[in-house]
Design a protein around this ligand. Structure first.
Ligand code: URA
Length: 271
């Protein structure tokens, strides 16, 4: 006897859930701002103190209102706790209403860290726990940091602060809307170096089109939007990629050693 169609559907759904599929996705991400389904928050009246984020490629319709709100909130944050609260209160990123089941995920680590690590965006585990890089990829990252002598010397965050549905890469628009908060975090921590993990973080922070395999292991200068801050930045492979391709670990390890060697080199503070 053939199974009833609903029993077949139930069994298929159970199989997908078991396999970790927890979101229905199309091949390409849907940009909800572009689709016009997202209500833009009103821009603040006060002129933002941080200059506008660098131009966004194919940003779709006007995201300037959301960016302006983000800038005003970010600038008003005087420390990392205030910044975390400002992000949690911000309604301008569509991911908050799409992918995130639980909460905004801001950062973890030392507030005065010499190294600031920027990933792509929170996954399911991070969404649950409210901290970045706490899933399997985060555990691998922590092991690598420990082996390089960097435990306790890093501040870790992401290009977006809410989980993209199904762990897809964040869109350029989503990154642009979150960028003022990320820039403010960099200002407040004032690290000596940035480590950009994975293609989406590297491309968005450095405004580069090349893939991560071409960018990794090289030094770039990240500049704040007002160009007041200039910080050496190195892209490297994402630990989630390393879990899938363990053979690539030696490349990421070599990147981390290059970075640590520069970080530990005696330096004279400016001034
Ligand atoms: N991958 C990321 O890029 N960031 C996280 O916080 C977790 C996984």
């Amino acid at each position: 006897m053939n199974a009833h169609p609903s029993a077949v559907a139930e069994s298929l759904l159970a199989f997908w859930a078991e396999a970790g599929v927890d979101a229905m996705l199309l091949d390409a991400p849907i940009d909800r701002i572009e689709a016009g389904k997202f209500v833009q928050p009103k821009p603040p009246e006060k002129k933002p103190l941080i200059a506008a984020a660098r131009p966004v490629v194919n940003a779709g319709p006007d995201i300037s209102a959301s960016v302006a709100v983000a800038q005003a909130l970010a600038v008003a944050a005087q420390d990392l706790d205030q910044l975390k609260a400002a992000i949690a209160a911000f309604d301008g990123c569509p991911l908050k209403f799409e992918g995130a089941a639980h909460q905004a995920v801001f950062a973890r680590g030392a507030p005065d860290a010499p190294l600031l690590i920027i990933g792509e965006g929170p996954g399911a585990e991070e969404d649950q726990r409210g901290e970045p890089f706490v899933g399997r990829a985060g555990q691998l990252l922590d092991k690598m940091l420990a082996a390089a002598g960097l435990t306790g010397r890093v501040f870790i965050t992401n290009t977006v602060f809410w989980r993209p549905p199904g762990n897809r890469a964040p869109t350029v628009t989503e990154q642009a809307v979150c960028a003022p908060f990320l820039e403010r975090a960099i200002q407040l921590v004032n690290p000596r170096m940035l480590l950009l993990v994975g293609g989406p973080a590297a491309k968005s922070m450095l405004k580069k089109e090349e893939g991560i395999l071409a960018l990794r292991g090289r030094w770039f200068e990240w500049k704040s939007s007002d160009e007041a801050l200039e910080i050496p930045a190195m892209p490297t492979l994402h630990p989630a990629f390393l879990l899938r391709q363990p053979g690539a670990k030696k490349k990421a390890w070599s990147d981390l050693l290059t970075l640590t060697e520069r970080l530990d080199r005696p330096h004279r503070p400016e001034g």
